[in-house]
Ligand binder design. Structure first.
Ligand SMILES: *Cc1c(COP(=O)(O)O)cnc(C)c1O
Length: 466
């Protein structure tokens, strides 16, 4: 399997190179050159297998000969062995033909663990083979940072530096990052906001000399391996609800478009899907696009679902690439328009993807959906999940088709919003119930690129190894 860039001007790479590179040299994102196909018989054959077994089978074609099936099978076993539920991604039932896909049973309580637990092992394996090291640098407003730290802690080949805005992430989110005391984990509290953190990370990626010297790598969802790992749970849930012999619908709380794009990939591989519903909060660039064909930036508003407070969705470019007939030069032009003119429009006749529906959800509806779901189905959900549920009710076209809402975080991760909705604080699960007694380790730095760069340069072990 080879990978090509969405902008058509970067070298084709194999799986190993794509995982370690992240962004393509022409500014595009890597996608598989062809979609591996699974026949109905092969999909039926997934029934009754463990999550780790299904992951190994569904993902093997994406690896080419970079990792042997036996080695990869060991990796999926290990990655999903860290989850606090034997089913890894269990389904629960909310109503008639309505289900919740519980993606929050990993170490940091958000769906990002599903991909990052595997990515951490992929780094170890691929770097160990070459006797190399990487320096991971990322900015977080909450969930990505803790999931990435948890996936990389204690790994010999990796040093990880995560920037968060000082005083602007929730106590639970901060402590999930800062109570990890391994020596390869570095938390930086920046005296600024999330945009300041992200701008500094971007500047470090654009400083090619710095980037090469420290072998900087990315763990956000521009990394193909993250999207890839998310394809698996569309297959496991479909099979347990009667797929591939009946189509299933999915509603996905969306921000960077990584999670729902993975559903689209599953469909491209042969999984029958009736509807893919894009659910957004009032930062609704995605739902506006699917309803009007126009993709236009408007600025970010803070909401009670902060992990979806996103202005431009990085993975949307991968979808647009398919929509434009895999024409790299068309994507380049659209991305130029996005930078220079704040947006672009796609001819709706090009949008022959009847598969997608989209809608947004207000703050008020988010909170009332948390409340009504607890009252009607005795299930406490987080604000992101509530958005998926509410929009699925608005957009669902056929009630005979099972509707699966992706539940992307545990309610205890967003206690303030949950308390607002139901009048009491959600409890942390047992493995985190001493979170507030643990020691914290982080350094607070000025909002200054030079200061942050020299902090990282001093601590990244890559320099001493060359
Ligand atoms: C990251 C995140 C999302 C958004 O997922 P995308 O892949 O960026 O669309 C939704 N909910 C939660 C809880 C998240 O952490």
């Amino acid at each position: 399997m080879q990978y090509i860039s969405t902008r058509g001007d970067a070298p084709r790479l194999n799986f190993e190179e794509v995982v370690l590179t992240g962004l393509a040299r022409d500014g595009g994102l890597y996608v598989p050159e062809t979609w591996p196909q699974m026949s109905k018989d092969e999909i039926r054959g997934l029934a009754g297998k463990s999550y780790a077994e299904v992951a190994a089978q569904v993902l093997q074609p994406f690896l080419g000969d970079c990792i042997s099936p036996t080695e990869f099978r060991e990796m999926t076993e290990k990655a999903y062995g860290t989850f606090f539920h034997k089913a890894v991604v269990p389904l629960s039932q909310l109503g008639e033909n309505e289900f919740l896909m519980e993606l929050y049973h990993g170490p940091t309580l958000a769906f990002k663990d599903v991909a990052l637990q595997l990515l951490g092992l992929l780094y170890d394996h691929l770097l160990g083979k070459q006797d190399k090291r990487v320096t991971i640098i990322g900015a977080t407003s909450g969930d990505t940072g803790s999931a990435a730290i948890e996936a990389c802690r204690g790994r010999d080949a990796v040093d990880i530096f995560i920037l968060h805005p000082a005083g602007r992430v929730s106590d639970v989110q901060r402590r999930q990052m800062t109570t990890v005391l391994d020596s390869n984990v570095h938390n930086i509290a920046v005296e600024g906001d999330f945009d300041d953190c992200q701008a500094m990370v971007k500047a470090m990626f654009n400083d090619l000399e710095f980037r090469d010297r420290l072998s900087v790598s990315a763990v956000n969802s521009i990394n193909w391996a993250r999207v890839m790992a998310q394809i698996v749970y569309y297959f496991t849930t479909a099979v347990s609800l009667g797929g591939p012999d009946r189509p299933i619908s999915y509603s996905v709380p969306s921000g960077n478009f990584g999670d729902i794009y993975a559903g689209y990939c599953a469909h491209k591989m042969g999984l029958p899907i009736d509807q893919l519903i894009v659910a957004t909060n009032r930062n609704d660039i995605l739902s506006r696009f699917f309803n009007t064909g126009e993709y236009r930036k408007t600025g970010v508003n803070p909401t009670v679902s902060p992990s979806m407070d996103i202005q431009v969705s990085s993975n949307f470019e991968r979808f647009l690439f398919e929509l434009c007939g895999r024409d790299g030069s068309a994507i380049k032009e659209r991305m130029r328009q996005l930078d220079d003119e704040d947006g672009f429009a796609v001819n709706m006749s090009q949008m022959n993807e009847a598969l997608f529906s989209a809608g947004n959800c207000s703050e008020q509806d988010t909170l009332s959906t948390i409340k009504s779901t607890l009252a009607e189905s005795n299930k406490l959900i987080d604000p992101h999940t509530a958005i998926g549920l509410k929009v699925s009710e608005d957009c669902r076209s056929n009630s005979a088709v099972p509707m699966v809402c992706l539940s992307t975080a545990h309610p205890a991760k967003f206690p303030v919003a949950v308390e607002k909705a139901i009048g009491k604080y959600p409890e942390l699960p047992a493995h985190l119930d001493d979170l507030f007694d643990r020691d914290e380790k982080f350094d607070q730095l000025q909002n200054d690129l030079g200061t942050v760069k020299s902090y990282i340069t001093k601590r990244a072990r890559i320099l001493s190894s060359v």
